[in-house]
Design a protein around this ligand. Structure first.
Ligand SMILES: C[S@@+](CC[C@H](N)C(=O)[O-])C[C@H]1O[C@@H](n2cnc3c(N)ncnc32)[C@H](O)[C@@H]1O
Length: 229
């Protein structure tokens, strides 16, 4: 089902029934199908597959731990929308929780900006890579191996970031995880989500149901950034 070859960087200009996607997204549609054509720059191996059919998800779960064991910096650079948002809205020395951080595509850039980051992922290889770079560069970035569906953070954060991870959970799990994480955002802090565009209304419903007040700070296909009032 998957054809792999190396082409370097490719800009996906949208997706149809047959989708070209990068190994960072293989099997879970994360990058190419997220609906952010302008941001869907993928790296390294490409795969050709029929990815937006329901059977694909139930039969082709993607092994990120294996990907990370084989590919350094597998997901490439952070997306501009996320970088710009942090640069424009998030004060210095913020405390950030990166949920499903992988090898630290976001966590490491945030650490380099001087923020204090905790990255959580179920992939031991991803967290190992994150920690190695953080140590080498002396960043205040901590890695935790955990399943986010049963993870309760300690303390509160200026920003909780969930970049292309929620789509890997069931709808029930997404609601539960969001409800838990929303409790750990400080007043005036942000929840930043990138995910499949079709999942965004479900996230909005979960946020609306939360006991605290939230306003949308930024919304675009595949992105939902909200601030706690
Ligand atoms: C598409 S990758 C995104 C990684 C990172 N956020 C980024 O944008 O580069 C999805 C990540 O979610 C992680 N993940 C999926 N389900 C998870 C779970 N239940 N608990 C913790 N991490 C999970 C995977 O291991 C993978 O690293």
């Amino acid at each position: 089902m998957v054809i792999g070859w190396r082409l370097g960087r490719v800009l996906i200009n949208g997706w149809k029934w047959i989708t070209v996607f990068g190994n960072s997204a293989a099997g879970d549609q994360s990058n190419a199908n997220i609906g952010n054509a302008d941001e869907a720059v993928v790296h390294g191996k490409l795969h050709l597959g029929i990815t937006n059919l329901p059977w694909y998800h139930s039969h082709m779960p993607f092994d990120y731990d294996k990907l990370y064991s084989e590919t350094p910096n597998a997901l490439g650079k952070p997306t501009k929308i996320i970088v710009n948002f942090f640069d424009e809205h998030v004060p210095q020395n913020a405390r950030i929780l990166d949920v499903g951080c992988g090898q630290g595509r976001d966590a490491l850039f945030l650490g380099r900006r001087g923020h204090h980051v905790i990255g959580v992922d179920q992939s031991p290889n991803g967290i190992r890579d994150l920690q190695a770079v953080a140590k080498k560069e002396n960043l205040t970035v901590e890695g935790v191996v955990a399943d986010v569906t049963s993870f309760t953070p300690t303390g509160s954060f200026d920003v909780v970031l969930i970049d292309r991870t929620l789509h890997m959970l069931t709808p029930d799990e997404r609601r539960t995880v969001l409800s838990t994480l929303l409790d750990h955002v400080i007043e005036g802090g942000f929840l930043i989500i990138a995910d499949e565009t079709s999942n965004i209304p479900g996230f909005q419903a979960a946020i609306s149901a939360h006991r605290q007040g939230w306003v949308i700070e930024f919304q675009k296909r595949g992105y939902l950034f909200v601030r706690r009032t």
